[in-house]
Ligand binder design. Structure first.
Ligand code: ZN
Ligand code: ZN
Length: 405
């Protein structure tokens, strides 16, 4: 009962006095007991929602208390005497925090004197601790002289912390455009992109882009990373990966130079794999997909690998045929997929390698992902009499029946 009383007192103190929370002393066992009491009280969805909001509010008040203490600790020599480089490091180690959280706490605690109304708004439940954090960091960025709480508090009341952060960036620009621009330039200096090839041939990508460069990349990737039709069960990261590959193709699949023998093209047993710059050897199914819509150059080699005949490069689907195909299909023909024609390949329903004609009856537009599904993914495309395209999933064979001994 004493514990429950403590919680109520804390809530009351929080609402009433701006320093009330500092008087709050919750021991670990007591806090645990409060949590247990909260957990037991949960009944309906409304109860859960209410309890969650109350709990988060309590967490906000505790974070504010921690911020005040963090700033007070930063003023002491304790962390120095304990052998730490700075108070943030001391907090990381002793309070089990990440670097960012530790410095956020100190920033909020130090700036409280400059944002008394915002602090009160937190006690009143109008804004959250996350708002205070953004405000304190903004004060750090523009400096105590230029910082004006009264301009930001109304924005904090109206916006979620994420949106408020965004608005604060505008505020920082308005206060000092030059400093803001310098900061952005500094971010550009940190840009990097590393590409390395793993042993299995996969490309490993990691990097950092400045906000403007990053936004350009996001703008290009986002539309391509949307779900393509019903049954698209790819996760977001997979869709981003596919979008990047699609973007690299840029609707011009024939720009990659691939070398393969006729045997590989036909997928004959014993044939060597195909070759492409920057890639490990390519499987015959991949070669087949690429050959669906490409330019082919015939090169005859002698047994000593000397070129003895070089044919002219010939587009498999000629310009006029491609235009007719694009205007007929308009977008990827996979049911539910609306990837536009400029991002699609022409796919031969019966491959030209196996004698299929390159005419409209035997061609459909497919986006990169769906084209991949048909070739490497072993899906089948069936054209119905009324011109619909029906994909059929590959049959999965789990092991082989054992032959007679
Ligand atoms: Zn194809
Ligand atoms: Zn598609």
């Amino acid at each position: 009962m004493a514990c429950e009383g403590g919680a109520l007192a804390a809530e009351k103190a929080g609402r009433g006095s701006k320093y009330g929370i500092l008087d709050l002393d919750i021991s670990h066992t007591c806090l645990y007991a409060i949590l247990m009491i909260l957990a037991e009280r949960l009944r309906t969805a409304d109860d859960v929602a209410h309890e969650l909001m109350e709990t988060e509010r309590l967490v906000d008040l505790l974070q504010l208390k921690a911020a005040r203490l963090a700033a007070a600790l930063a003023e002491t020599k304790l962390w120095d005497e304990a052998g730490f480089n700075n108070p943030g490091d001391w907090m990381r180690f002793h309070c089990h925090l990440t670097n960012n959280v530790a410095w956020d706490r100190i920033a909020v605690g130090k700036r409280l004197g400059q944002m008394p109304e915002s602090e009160q708004a937190l006690y009143d439940g109008d804004i959250g601790y996350a708002h205070l954090r953004v405000m304190a960091r903004t004060a750090d960025a523009v400096g105590a002289k230029a910082f004006d709480e009264s301009k930001l508090l109304p924005l904090a009341r109206e916006n979620s912390p994420g949106k408020f952060y965004y608005k604060c960036l505008h505020y920082r620009h308005a206060v000092d455009a030059k400093a803001y621009s310098d900061e952005q330039s500094e971010l550009v200096e940190n840009r990097r992109l590393s590409l390395s090839t793993a042993e299995d041939g996969c490309l490993l990508i990691s990097g950092v882009l400045d906000p403007v460069g990053g936004a350009a990349v996001r703008t290009a990737l986002e539309p391509l990373a949307r779900k393509s039709g019903v049954g698209d069960d790819r996760g977001l990261e997979q869709r981003y990966a596919d979008a990047l590959v699609e973007l690299a193709h840029g609707g011009k699949p024939a720009n990659l130079q691939v070398t393969a023998t006729v045997e590989t093209l036909k997928g004959l047993a014993g044939a060597a794999a195909g070759e492409m710059e920057f890639s490990l050897p390519l499987s015959s199914t991949t070669i087949e997909r690429m050959a669906c819509d490409c330019s082919v150059t015939r090169v005859l080699l002698s047994q000593e690998s000397v070129v003895i005949d070089l044919g002219r490069s010939k587009r498999v689907i000629s310009g006029p045929a491609m235009r007719a195909l694009k205007s007929r299909d308009g977008h990827c023909r996979w049911p539910g997929c609306e990837r536009p024609a400029s991002w699609c390949d022409g796919h031969h329903v019966v491959h030209w390698i196996r004698g299929g004609e390159t005419d409209l009856d035997n061609l459909v537009l497919l986006c990169h992902r769906h084209h991949w599904k048909v070739h490497e993914g072993a899906w089948q495309l069936v054209m119905t009499a009324d011109g619909r395209v029906v994909p059929i999933a590959p049959t999965i064979t789990f092991g082989r029946a054992r032959g007679p001994d």
